[in-house]
Unconditional design. Structure first.
Length: 91
C-alpha cells in the first residue's frame, strides 16, 4: 500500500491527482499506513520470543532478595537455613 501511494504521488502534475483534495486524501492514507505499520511492529515486538537467559543462583540469595522486596509484619520472623542449594532460574 505504501509503495502504491508513493507511485501515485510520482505521477505527473498535470493529472487530477495533483488537485488539493486528492493530495490531502493521499496524505491521510499515507499517515494511516504509517500508524498501522507502527501498531503491527509493536504487537510483533510484544509476542516475539527471545531465547531464555538461564542462570544458576544460590536459593538462599533468592530467598533473601525476595524478602527484601515484601512488607513483612513485625510479628513475622523468617529463618533461612545455612545449608544452601543452587537453582537454575530464568532471568
Amino acid at each position: 500500500m505504501k509503495m502504491s501511494v508513493d507511485m501515485i504521488k510520482q505521477t505527473s502534475t498535470g493529472s487530477k491527482i495533483s488537485e488539493p483534495i486528492i493530495t490531502n486524501r493521499i496524505n491521510l492514507i499515507e499517515k494511516s499506513i504509517d500508524r498501522i505499520s507502527h501498531q503491527v511492529d509493536d504487537v510483533l515486538g510484544y509476542v516475539r520470543t527471545f531465547p531464555l537467559k538461564l542462570v544458576t543462583i544460590p536459593v538462599r540469595k533468592l530467598v533473601e532478595t525476595s524478602m527484601l522486596k515484601i512488607n513483612v509484619p513485625d510479628d513475622v520472623e523468617f529463618t533461612v537455613s545455612s545449608n544452601d542449594v543452587y537453582k537454575l532460574i530464568v532471568m
